[in-house]
Design a protein around this ligand. Structure first.
Ligand SMILES: NC(=O)c1ccc[n+]([C@@H]2O[C@H](COP(=O)([O-])OP(=O)(O)OC[C@H]3O[C@@H](n4cnc5c(N)ncnc54)[C@H](OP(=O)(O)O)[C@@H]3O)[C@@H](O)[C@H]2O)c1
Length: 283
C-alpha cells in the first residue's frame, strides 16, 4: 500500500516536534519545514530515534516570508504528488513589534498569513489523497482577541497579548471558512487547542510570564497527542469545521463563531497576500 504523506510546519521545537515523532511511528512519510539547518538535522535525528521510521524529509521554509513559502511549495511538488495530512502548527509570539520582509507584523504573519497562503498552494496535493486532513493549531487564547479590520496585523496599535490572541482567532476563522469551502471535497479541516504546554513559544516574552506559565504547563507530549489524534484517529474521520480543546470539542468565543466576520476576514487575508504575491490564486 502507498505510504501516507504528512507535512507539518514547526517540527523543530515544542509540540510539533513530539507530534512529528508520534505520527512517524504510524508508518507515515513524514515531511517537515524548518528555517534552520542545524535544528532541522537534529529534529530529523530525533524523529528517527523516537519512531524507528527513517522515511523523514525536510525542506527549508521561512514562514515569515511569502516568497519562501512559494519556493518551498514549488520544491515540494517536484518530489511529492499528494498530501494526506497537513498540520499547520508553527507559531511565534513576539513581545515587540517586528515586521516580516513582506511588511506585516510578525506574529500575525507567521501564525496566520503564512499558513493561509501555504494551504492555498497545497490544496491540489491534498485533493489527490483519498481522504485528507488539514489541522490548524489554534489556541484558547482566541477568546482574548479584539480584532480590528482597520488594523488586522495590529501594527498601528501593537499589544503583544492581543496580537497573539488575534492570530489564534484568525486560525479558527480560517478553519471555519475553509471547511465550508471544501465541504464537498474529501478534505476535512479542523482547529485545536493543545492545552497550556511546555515549549519554546514564550521565548521572547518577559521572564515573569514564562515563570507563571511554567507552573500550569502540561508536558509537551500531552499537547502533541491532541494533534496526533486529529491526524490519525478513526474517531474524527469525516469531522470538519470543528474546534477541539485538547481531546473534546471545544467552546468557541462568540467572535470566533461569527461566520460573516470570518468570511470578511478571509477576503482581507486574500488581499493581504495578493498585494505581495500578484499571482496569488484564491479559492
Ligand atoms: N505551548 C502552548 O502552551 C500552546 C498553547 C496553545 C497553542 N499553541 C500553539 O502551538 C503551536 C506550536 O507552538 P509550540 O508551543 O510548540 O512553540 P515552539 O516550541 O516555540 O515551536 C514553534 C515552532 O514554530 C517554528 N517557527 C516559528 N517561527 C517560524 C518561522 N518564521 N518560520 C518557520 N518556522 C517557524 C519554530 O521553528 P524554530 O525551531 O526555527 O524556532 C518551531 O519549530 C503554535 O501554533 C502555538 O500558537 C501552543
Amino acid at each position: 500500500m502507498e505510504k501516507k504523506v504528512c507535512l507539518l510546519t514547526g517540527a523543530t521545537a515544542g509540540i510539533g516536534k513530539e507530534a512529528a515523532a508520534m505520527i512517524a511511528e504510524d508508518n507515515f512519510k513524514l515531511v517537515f519545514t524548518a528555517r534552520n539547518k542545524e535544528r532541522a538535522e537534529n529534529t530529523k535525528k530525533y524523529i528517527i530515534e523516537q519512531s524507528g521510521n527513517e522515511d523523514i524529509d525536510y525542506f527549508f521554509c521561512d514562514l515569515a516570508s511569502l516568497n519562501s513559502i512559494k519556493s518551498f511549495t514549488k520544491e515540494f511538488k517536484e518530489k511529492y504528488d499528494k498530501i494526506d495530512v497537513l498540520i499547520n502548527n508553527a507559531g511565534t509570539w513576539e513581545s515587540k513589534l517586528n515586521y516580516t520582509e513582506d511588511g506585516y507584523e510578525r506574529t500575525f504573519a507567521v501564525n496566520h498569513l503564512a499558513h493561509f497562503y501555504l494551504t492555498h498552494l497545497l490544496l491540489d496535493l491534498l485533493a489527490k489523497s483519498n481522504s485528507a486532513r488539514i489541522i490548524n493549531v489554534a489556541s484558547a487564547a482566541h477568546k482574548y482577541a479584539r480584532f480590528n479590520f482597520d488594523d488586522p496585523d495590529s501594527s498601528k496599535k501593537f499589544d503583544f497579548l492581543k496580537v497573539y490572541a488575534n492570530s489564534k482567532l484568525a486560525n479558527i476563522w480560517f478553519t471555519n471558512v475553509l471547511a465550508e469551502k471544501l465541504k464537498d471535497k474529501n478534505i476535512t479541516v479542523n482547529s485545536l487547542m493543545p492545552g497550556v504546554i511546555v515549549s519554546e513559544l514564550l521565548r521572547s516574552l518577559p521572564f515573569p510570564i514564562k515563570q507563571l506559565t511554567k507552573l500550569i504547563s502540561k508536558p509537551t507530549t500531552y499537547g502533541a497527542k491532541t494533534i496526533v489524534r486529529l491526524a490519525l484517529s478513526e474517531e474524527v474521520q469525516g469531522i470538519t469545521g470543528t474546534y477541539f480543546d485538547e481531546f473534546k470539542v471545544g467552546k468557541l468565543s462568540k467572535e470566533a463563531q461569527n461566520f460573516e466576520k470570518a468570511q470578511k476576514f478571509w477576503e482581507l487575508s486574500e488581499r493581504m497576500i495578493s498585494s505581495k504575491i500578484p499571482d496569488f490564486q484564491s479559492i
